[in-house]
Design a protein around this ligand. Structure first.
Ligand SMILES: [Zn+2]
Length: 343
């Protein structure tokens, strides 16, 4: 790669409103997000890597579908959302992010030069069987909820059933009646519907049922890597038809079958972007790393190295508007639509 291309890519990256649509946080204890430490994403790394905004997930591992299990999950979700919100408070290190739960707040954080922190929930297990639990989660800022994680829940079947929890191949055949109602309630509340982790029948139904386009916040392409967490061509077409978006993720074994982080490169990641944009168009593709939840490849190990993908995109001929759409424009379009539909 020429120095000129590298300099051009770095300038373009700095000028782009970049959003990473899926980042996990260590829980219950972990290194500070305010210091450049062992986390793959902390505020200093976001600044260094030119990441304007990140969706930080209150992640619930799937547990038993019992009243006790559901209660525990809800309490954990609210505690995690509080912890994510704290990243938007001033810190002793003097560095702070800015809590951003709307498109407008993301833009304001960008103007201030503060990394925007968007709280989200991963796994509808957080609400158990009680749709009204969506209200406090939304009040804590949650802008999307992933309907499932690995393992079926009361809302939907997962792409990866948990046999250890007694999951059969299918529990609901996709969405449950409660899951369909949850989508309606999330639309009313302005929460985007995240279909990553959801079984194919559930994902397809959610895409057509939701009043605003759904998003797969961290999934890659099944045609290139046959993993159940990835989306096949029929699922990609469904996203295109309904104006949804797939955010290509950085988990090495979703990019190349059975491969470790050190064996997968940024070029392999951009191969998935190429496939998706070729198949359904730039408008329906974005980026969600799953850093601190399994994401990371050689050359893009943490948020501080994020310009690497912009270099590769530019090298392959993506122009400035395309790169802006991939890095955040498409995500913001869906977020705005969700806000308008709620209002
Ligand atoms: Zn996940």
């Amino acid at each position: 790669m020429s120095d000129t291309l590298d300099a051009e890519a770095r300038a373009l990256h700095a000028a782009t409103l970049t959003i990473d649509s899926h980042i996990d946080i260590p829980w219950p204890n972990g290194p500070s997000p305010f210091e450049d430490g062992p986390r793959r994403v902390d505020l200093p790394k976001m600044r260094r890597g030119g990441i304007a905004a990140g969706c930080f997930a209150a992640y619930l591992p799937q547990g038993p579908r019992t009243p006790e299990g559901h209660e525990k999950a809800f309490l954990r979700a609210t505690a995690m959302l509080q912890s994510i919100r704290a990243m938007g408070e001033p810190s002793e290190a003097g560095l702070c992010g800015r809590l951003a739960t709307t498109v407008e707040e993301i833009a304001a954080a960008r103007l201030e030069g503060a990394p925007a922190v968007i709280p989200v929930v991963e796994n509808g297990y957080a609400i158990g069987e009680d749709l009204e639990r969506l209200v406090p989660l939304r009040a804590l800022g949650a802008r999307y909820m992933t309907l499932t994680h690995n393992g079926h829940n009361a809302l939907a079947d997962s792409a990866v059933p948990r046999r250890d929890l007694g999951d059969e191949a299918a529990l609901h055949g996709g969405l449950s009646d409660l899951g369909r109602a949850a989508i309606g309630r999330m639309n009313e509340l302005g929460m985007m519907i995240d279909v990553s982790h959801v079984s194919k029948p559930g994902m397809l139904e959610a895409a057509h049922l939701s009043r605003t386009p759904v998003i797969a916040t961290h999934s890659s392409i099944r045609a290139l890597c046959d993993h159940p967490r990835n989306l096949d061509d029929e699922q990609l077409e469904a996203l295109a038809e309904t104006d949804g978006v797939v955010q290509i993720t950085l988990v090495s074994f979703f990019l190349k079958a059975g491969r470790k982080e050190s064996e997968v490169t940024v070029a392999d990641f951009v191969d998935h972007i190429d496939y998706a944009t070729g198949r359904i168009g730039i408008r329906h593709v974005g980026i969600g790393t799953d850093f601190d939840g399994g994401g990371g490849v050689s050359g893009w190990r943490n948020a501080g190295e994020s310009h690497a993908v912009t270099v590769e995109l530019l090298r392959r001929g993506y122009d400035r508007p395309a790169i802006a759409a991939l890095w955040g424009g498409n995500f913001l379009r869906l977020m705005r639509l969700a806000e308008e539909a709620a209002a």
